[in-house]
Write a protein that binds this ligand. Structure first.
Ligand SMILES: Nc1ncnc2c1ncn2[C@@H]1O[C@H](COP(=O)(O)OP(=O)(O)OP(=O)(O)O)[C@@H](O)[C@H]1O
Ligand SMILES: [Mg+2]
Length: 239
C-alpha cells in the first residue's frame, strides 16, 4: 500500500494493562500498526502475546480489569480511545465487527440461531418477515451451510464449535462492516470449511471493499490469504 492513501485504522503505541492489587501491569506494551481500505492484514504471534486483547481494545470490549493505559487508536482520523458505551455500540454496529476467538461465548445459549441472527439483523433496519427469512438462509448458505432450516431452529449447544463459528461469521457479515476483525476464525474448522471461510472473506473484500484483520496462527492460511503480515510478540510489533 502506498503511503498517500490514508489508513482506515491506526493503532499507535498501544499499551494495555491489567489491574493487579491496585497497580496496572502492562500486558500489551507498544503496539502500532495501520490498516488501509480493502486490505487483508494478518496479525500473528505466539500464544499469549496480546493479539486478542489488542482486537478487543479496538472495538471497546476489553475484559474487566484490563485497560488501555497508553497510546491512541484512530478510526477514520477520529481518536476512539475515550468513546463512551453508546459510541462503541455504534462503532460495532456500523463500522468495525469483531468475530471473537471463543465462539461459544459469542452466542446466547438460550436463544435459537434464528432468533439471535434476527436480533442482529434488526439492529441495522426493519425487515419484513419474508425478506428476513430469505436473507437468513442466504447468509447461512454463504458461510457453507446447506441445511439452513435445521441450523436456524437449533440452539448453540446442539452445534459444533466450527458450526457456531460460521454462524457468528454470518451474523458479523450481516452488519456490513468497514473493518472485519476475525480472531482465529478458522481454528475450530476442518480444512474444507477453513478454505470456505477464508475464500468468503476474500470475496467480501472484493465485493464490498471490507478491510480484514485476520488474527491467526495458521501460517498456511496467512500466506494464502493475507496481503500483509504483522508480527507481534510480548514487547509489541516486530514487523
Ligand atoms: N482478563 C484478563 N486478565 C488478566 N490477564 C489477561 C486477561 N485476558 C488476557 N490476559 C493475559 O494477557 C495476555 C494476552 O492475552 P491474549 O488473549 O490477548 O493473547 P493472544 O495473543 O490472543 O493468545 P492466543 O494466540 O492464545 O489467542 C496473556 O498473557 C493472558 O494471560
Ligand atoms: Mg487470542
Amino acid at each position: 500500500m502506498t503511503t498517500n492513501i490514508k489508513p482506515l485504522l491506526s493503532v499507535e503505541h498501544l499499551e494495555i494493562s491489567f489491574q493487579d492489587a491496585g497497580n496496572f501491569q502492562p500486558i500489551v506494551h507498544d503496539v502500532s500498526f495501520q490498516i488501509y481500505p480493502g486490505e487483508i492484514v494478518a496479525l500473528t504471534g505466539p500464544s499469549g502475546c496480546g493479539k486478542s486483547l489488542t482486537a478487543h481494545s479496538i472495538v471497546g470490549l476489553l475484559e474487566s480489569g484490563c485497560k488501555v493505559t497508553n497510546g491512541q487508536i484512530y478510526y477514520k482520523d477520529k481518536n476512539i480511545i475515550d468513546y463512551d458505551l453508546k459510541n462503541w455500540q455504534t462503532l460495532r454496529r456500523d463500522e468495525i465487527a469483531l468475530l471473537i476467538q471463543d465462539s461459544l461465548n459469542g452466542l446466547n445459549p438460550i436463544l435459537t440461531v434464528k432468533k439471535q441472527m434476527a436480533e442482529t439483523l434488526k439492529q441495522k433496519k426493519k425487515w419484513p418477515k419474508k425478506d428476513m427469512n430469505i436473507y437468513l438462509h442466504s447468509l447461512l448458505n454463504q458461510v457453507g451451510f446447506t441445511d439452513s432450516d435445521y441450523i436456524l431452529s437449533s440452539y448453540p449447544f446442539e452445534l459444533s464449535g466450527g458450526m457456531r463459528q460460521r454462524i457468528l461469521l454470518a451474523m458479523m457479515l450481516s452488519l456490513s462492516p468497514k473493518i472485519f476483525i476475525a480472531d482465529e476464525p478458522t481454528t475450530a474448522l476442518d480444512i474444507i470449511n477453513r478454505e470456505k471461510v477464508l475464500t468468503l472473506l476474500k470475496e467480501l473484500r472484493q465485493k464490498f471493499e471490507i478491510s480484514v484483520l485476520l488474527i491467526s496462527h495458521d501460517n498456511e492460511s496467512i500466506n494464502k490469504f493475507a496481503d500483509r503480515v504483522i508480527q507481534m510478540d510480548q514487547g509489541g510489533i516486530l514487523i
